[in-house]
Design a protein around this ligand. Structure first.
Ligand code: SAM
Length: 291
């Protein structure tokens, strides 16, 4: 509607009223396009029985739309200067709660327990600050929060890494982590013109639908991810060399080669060619052989 915070006119009014100046170091690029916001909220599949967590509400452009779609919204904002603004812009919505803090420092499990206890389904919906995209996504994926969806605006390049398949140059430990925990889908590519100020990179909205259980059997999840990280540690190195420098003692080399041969994984392959399935068998086999 014409009163939406996300229209260019209303946004400028709010920024002027409070004399707000953007902090580049906090990744502040605010959305001024209600269509994009509707698409983001739509992708999150919310209704009044579900809760949403927003990271970085800014002046409330997306928060307001979430408040209309969800039963309860918890918005986490690091910039103290935005708190009085949010109190003003979000005054009409009694189901929105703003928490001041750094999402990377906060105990999200405790927040969900304390503030969203009545909700079985919780989704994270955000236009993320780009300087910490990967750290935030890894924290959310590894948090074991009872999440349904993560729908976030991020750099297009990171969206491509998340959805990348084995063998492509974008495939890395972020792809494995995202696809291990979620079904991934690039929901849309977004032009820089829908933000003020405009970011220097292209953006995309990615949807991660969190899986009930991983697509592969993994005996020890932490060890699985240690193996994945080791194999991507130096992308030019072979799988064998990365495994040897990251995980094993030199004397074990023959046993490692034998194991790879038994698994029918060529030691000369690069980490970026292994599927999640192959990473799972590799990690499980190392544990079974007590290498
Ligand atoms: N949601 C608003 C919108 O779409 O217009 C603002 C999005 S802006 C890209 C990112 C927001 O995240 C800013 O409000 C910024 O202050 C906030 N932010 C940056 N780092 C943060 C952190 N570590 N924890 C919580 N919020 C953060």
């Amino acid at each position: 509607s014409g009163k939406d915070i996300a229209t260019p006119t209303r946004t400028k009014e709010v920024l002027e009223k409070y004399g707000f100046s953007f902090k580049k170091s906090l990744g502040q690029n605010f959305l001024i396009d209600t269509n994009i916001l509707h698409n983001i909220v739509e992708a999150a599949d919310l209704d009044s029985s579900k809760a949403a967590i927003e990271i970085g509400p800014g002046i409330g452009a997306l928060t307001e739309q979430l408040g209309r779609a969800a039963g309860h919204v918890l918005a986490i904002e690091i910039d103290q200067r935005l708190l009085p603004i949010l109190e003003d812009t979000l005054a009409p919505y009694d189901n929105i709660e703003v928490v001041h803090g750094d999402v990377l420092e906060l105990d999200l499990a405790a927040l969900v327990r304390d503030k969203l206890s009545g909700y079985e389904k919780v989704s994270v919906v955000a236009n993320l600050p780009y300087y910490v995209t990967t750290a935030i996504l890894m924290k959310l994926l590894e948090s074991r929060l009872p999440l349904e969806n993560i729908v976030v605006m991020i750099q297009k390049e990171v969206a491509e890494r998340i959805a990348a398949k084995p063998g492509s140059k974008d495939y890395g430990s972020l792809s494995v982590a995202a696809q291990f925990y979620a079904e991934t889908e690039v929901a849309m590519i977004v032009p820089a013109s829908v933000f003020i100020p405009r970011p220097n990179v292209d953006s995309a909205v990615i949807k991660l639908k969190i899986r009930d259980r991983p697509p592969v059997e993994v005996d020890d999840e932490n060890f699985f991810f240690r193996v994945v990280r080791a194999c991507f540690a130096q992308r030019r190195k072979t799988l064998l060399n990365n495994l040897m420098s990251g995980l094993f003692d030199k004397q074990r080399k023959d046993e490692v080669i034998q194991m790879l041969s038994d698994l029918e994984i060529e030691p000369s392959r690069r980490g970026e060619t292994l599927s999640i399935d192959e990473y799972a068998s590799l990690a499980n086999e190392i544990i079974r052989r007590q290498l």
